[in-house]
Design a protein around this ligand. Structure first.
Ligand SMILES: *Cc1c(COP(=O)(O)O)cnc(C)c1O
Length: 340
């Protein structure tokens, strides 16, 4: 597919100057910082680094890319929003997304006044190639959001490369759960496809949802666009500092992932014994989509026992999305479910 970035970026952004600050160049030097109307007193008085170099260096290394291919958001949610705002004209452009999939693509699209076109997944929650090609031949959507492993269904999308290849706009592959799966990250495909953007997050497998850090990967050209238009200080200094501290201990993070995966296996085996459960969908993530005889009832019973699950997606009848918790949490969950 022919790819033309110029044609995809919203035209009025071409001449828009970003909020320039020279501060980052001087960070670490003994200087009088009288440039940003900060309060000279206090523990948190300074703005954070606008371009968090240390954190970027660390994340680039972990993911095997150059820093120039990275951009960071206040959670990957913010990057989903930016992506729409960089490429799509409100009231005119549209996005293409899978159904069911992560609801935030749709919520942001509504906030940004974009049209939404949906690709219905088949009974295995996979995309259908022929239906996809048919849709693509008719659509003018500028963005395609693919979520793999998909939330809320849990499965990885097969043959991602086919969809990236056959879409002439920007393809966003959201890999919020990739660290839990057997799949290889699409970051590997960046050199091959200039229209590809990959999103990851520190919120799930890295265990830092409270810090709000999302990671975007793209060609240097596309990454520059994000870095130019993002809010100047979108990652707080505390988040930068704490994330770096946590990332120093990767073995601990990996150990926690292994624990979650072991619990996931146990949970699956035990859930399959429960008579109220009709089906446990295959999952490459740290949650299960579970079909119940009566999901509403199960949801209420769990809630009465102080266990909150997710009954969220309108396209999925009688299903709950249940995260894998600690051994104690999972045992309690199983106990309550066994009794209904
Ligand atoms: C949780 C999740 C995100 C994440 O979020 P953050 O804003 O980085 O916390 C993005 N995409 C999907 C599919 C998710 O499930």
């Amino acid at each position: 597919m022919e790819f033309n970035l110029e044609k995809l970026v919203r035209p009025h952004l071409k001449d828009l100057k970003s909020y320039a600050t020279l501060r980052d160049i001087y960070v670490g030097e003994k200087m009088f910082f009288l440039d940003a109307s900060e309060n000279p007193f206090g523990e948190f008085n300074r703005y954070p680094q606008g371009n968090p170099v240390d954190l970027k260096t660390c994340l680039a290394k972990i993911n095997g890319v150059k820093e120039a291919n990275l951009f960071l958001g206040n959670g990957s949610d913010e990057l989903i929003d930016f992506t729409q705002r960089i490429f799509c004209e409100p009231g005119k452009d549209s996005i293409l997304m899978m159904n069911p999939s992560f609801v935030m693509y749709e919520i942001y699209a509504k906030m940004n006044n974009l049209k939404i076109e949906k690709l219905n997944l088949n009974s295995d929650f996979q995309l259908e190639k022929s239906a996809f090609l048919q849709t693509v031949s008719k659509t003018e959507a500028k963005l395609l959001f693919l979520c793999s492993p998909n939330n809320p269904t849990g499965n990885a999308i097969e043959d991602l490369e086919f969809y990236i290849q056959n879409f002439s706009g920007i393809v966003v592959v959201d890999e919020a759960y990739i660290e839990f799966s057997k799949e290889v990250s699409a970051v590997k495909l960046l050199e091959k496809y200039p229209n590809l953007i990959v999103l990851k997050t520190l919120s799930k497998a890295y265990g830092m949802a409270g810090l709000r850090i999302g990671i975007g990967f793209a060609s240097e050209e596309v990454a520059r666009l994000y870095n130019r238009f993002k809010p100047p200080y979108n990652i707080s200094s505390e988040s930068q500092k704490l994330a770096l501290e946590q990332l120093k201990n990767l073995p601990q993070i990996e150990e926690n992932i292994s624990k979650i995966l072991a619990e996931k296996e146990r949970l699956k085996n035990s859930l399959s014994q429960i008579s109220q459960i009709v089906k446990i969908y295959p999952s490459e993530a740290n949650f299960f989509l579970v079909e119940f005889k009566d999901a509403e009832f199960a949801y209420k019973k769990l809630l009465e026992n102080k266990i909150l699950t997710s009954l969220r997606h309108p396209a999925l009848k009688n299903c709950l999305r249940i995260s894998v918790g600690t051994t104690e949490e999972n045992s309690k969950l199983l106990n309550v479910l066994a009794q209904i």
